[in-house]
Design a protein around this ligand. Structure first.
Ligand SMILES: [Zn+2]
Ligand SMILES: [Zn+2]
Length: 577
């Protein structure tokens, strides 16, 4: 159990108590305890006595102790079980917190989405204190949005759904091979649905198991070659198609259903010129009427004397090259470092040591610890004093650590265009990231001037998540990316490809442009949890889509090379590469 989880459970207890109508002192005790845990730098294991922390009393301390020892809280579980099952999802509706849900439950007998909808339609809600006719309208609109399947979902949600399904597929009987296909395999930023190719000798057996998957909202179709369902992930509905094929057709089907359409068109043209015809079953030679099947996609491309094309790069542009010109695709095994991550010193879930161990397990030789700076109070940002204390600790750790830890910071670029620390603080830090986390609605002129200050500052090494977007949720601030890229090249500042699937920032097209301007690219996870170090793979997918070589990514450099780079004056970094 990590600290973040404990904090979430304490907060959930507070909400449940609100629904129950418990007195506000009791409720706020749990909120205070959550805050207290968040604001100390220790991990859960390091906190020997929770009660000794400011804001944690006897009652809340015993809940924390129980969570630490058993991974569960009986109070939390009891509370959750005391409400009708359909009530808790109402908390996800915008504008409805514990207090309001409690009122609806106690005064109107609302127990789920259906009864809430009924109460709105019967205009029963407007009469209650704290609600009005407007609230009824808003709730109805929110319920509607909740129950309809969106046109497309962001890649992060789709990945979650796909991972859930991949985990189930591996235990199903009768499946010979299975693989993700479609736009998600190509790492498109938003997807309409999720596609899987499964090979089997017993379609009935596989079909039966697919139709018994958890979370199925409805079965759209269940034929001999295709099973289509809708499942719910994170309160979002997403469609999934499973295509059932014979194993010798697997590679051709996978290629066909991975796309893109434009990529497949190019392949088919090429085949035509050779008197061949590509289908989802194989390649037909028109003269001999023989169909060739392939053991995998590599041999498919080789059949046409083409170099293998990574799924993300199948864009239908210039990706088809002769077999002799093997393409340099950056992969997991080329990564030696992650240079943006958070710990319990700010808003992360783990200690420096735990993050370092996680990175070492991935085979990295170095990392940078980059917690938030003082401006970000909500994220427990570091004052100068705490920053120095942390860096002292890191220097000590480096004496016996098997992985080199760079001291670092993710420093806010403040709304007025200044930086969050003075130069004399920055000059002692190995790796300085600058980012924007505030005042997103400023004019492009102001945003660009903020970025420019950071770019041309002699101690800023990297701009993180340069556009600030959250895919499918938020567009980010008004940044002129081509200008940003030019300034990055002029100033010798690296730009980030933030690998977190919610962000993927910069996107593939901008990464390509940055590379054309020879800007060094850093693929970082921005992990707030040790498990998320693995998300580097999504950043690598975007890099392959962008078509940039392994060497343009500074995380593939050895420790010595990165150290030399960082020790070089920024103005000379571009020419020395
Ligand atoms: Zn950030
Ligand atoms: Zn960050």
């Amino acid at each position: 159990m990590d600290k973040k989880k404990v904090i979430q459970i304490l907060e959930a207890i507070a909400v449940y108590m609100e629904i129950k109508g418990e007195n506000s002192f009791k409720v706020s005790a749990y909120r205070k305890a959550a805050k207290a845990l968040e604001s100390v730098p220790e991990t859960l294991e390091e906190i020997k006595k929770a009660e000794s922390l400011d804001g944690i009393g006897k009652g809340t301390a015993s809940v924390i102790e129980e969570l630490k020892q058993t991974g569960q809280s009986s109070l939390h579980d009891e509370l959750a079980a005391s409400f009708p099952e359909g009530l808790l999802p109402l908390l996800k509706l915008p504008g409805l917190g514990g207090k309001k849900v409690g009122k609806l439950y106690q005064e109107l007998g609302v127990t789920d989405l259906a009864s809430l909808k009924q109460a709105c339609e019967d205009e029963k809600i407007r009469g209650m204190a704290g609600f009005g006719a407007k609230s009824e309208e808003k709730i109805l609109a929110a319920i509607d949005a909740f129950q309809t399947r969106p046109e497309r979902v962001g890649i992060a949600v789709a990945i979650k759904a796909a991972d859930f399904l991949l985990d189930k597929l591996q235990y199903m009987e009768g499946i010979i091979r299975y693989e993700l296909a479609g736009s998600l395999r190509r790492m498109e930023e938003t997807v309409k649905d999720i596609d899987f190719i499964l090979s089997t000798d017993d379609r009935e057996q596989v079909k039966e198991q697919l139709l018994q998957l958890d979370g199925i909202l409805q079965v759209v179709g269940a034929g001999d070659t295709k099973v289509s369902i809708e499942i719910t992930v994170d309160e979002l509905v997403i469609g999934v198609d499973f295509r059932l094929v014979q194993d010798d057709e697997f590679a051709s089907a996978l290629l066909h259903f991975t796309g893109s359409k434009d990529h497949n068109v190019k392949l088919r043209q090429l085949a035509k010129e050779r008197g061949e015809q590509i289908s989802e079953y194989g390649v037909l030679n028109k003269e001999t009427d023989q169909t060739t099947v392939f053991k995998d996609e590599h041999s498919f491309y080789a059949h046409f004397d083409l170099a293998y094309v990574s799924p993300e790069a199948r864009l239908g542009k210039d990706e088809l090259v002769p077999l002799t010109e093997k393409i340099d695709y950056p992969s997991d095994s080329s990564i030696q470092s992650d240079l943006h991550m958070h710990t319990v010193w700010s808003d992360g879930a783990h200690s420096i040591k735990e993050m370092a161990e996680g990175a070492a397990k991935r085979g990295y030789s170095h990392i940078a610890i980059t917690d938030h700076s003082q401006f970000l109070r909500v994220a427990n940002g570091l004052t100068v004093e705490r920053l120095k204390e942390q860096h002292q600790q890191i220097k000590e750790m480096n004496k016996q650590s098997n992985i080199h830890i760079f001291t670092g910071i993710e420093m806010d670029i403040l709304p007025d265009g200044t930086l969050d620390y003075e130069d004399d603080v920055l000059q002692d830090i190995d790796f300085v990231i600058a980012s924007i986390h505030s005042s997103f609605s400023q004019s492009e002129e102001m945003i660009m001037s903020r970025l420019k200050t950071a770019l041309f500052h002699p101690h800023v090494d990297l701009i993180a998540h340069p556009t600030g977007r959250i895919i499918g949720k938020r567009d980010g601030y008004a940044v002129n990316v081509p200008q940003l890229i030019k300034w990055a090249a002029e100033s010798g500042t690296a730009l980030e490809l933030n690998a977190s699937p919610e962000r993927l920032d910069l996107s593939a097209e901008w990464i390509r442009l940055a590379h054309e301007h020879q800007v060094p690219i850093a693929i970082n996870t921005d992990a707030h949890h040790v498990d998320r170090l693995a998300y580097i793979r999504y950043g690598l997918g975007v890099a392959r889509k962008a078509g940039i070589p392994t060497d343009s990514i500074i995380n593939t450099w050895s420790l010595e090379r990165l150290q030399t780079y960082l020790n070089t004056d920024k103005s000379k970094r571009m020419s020395s590469r």
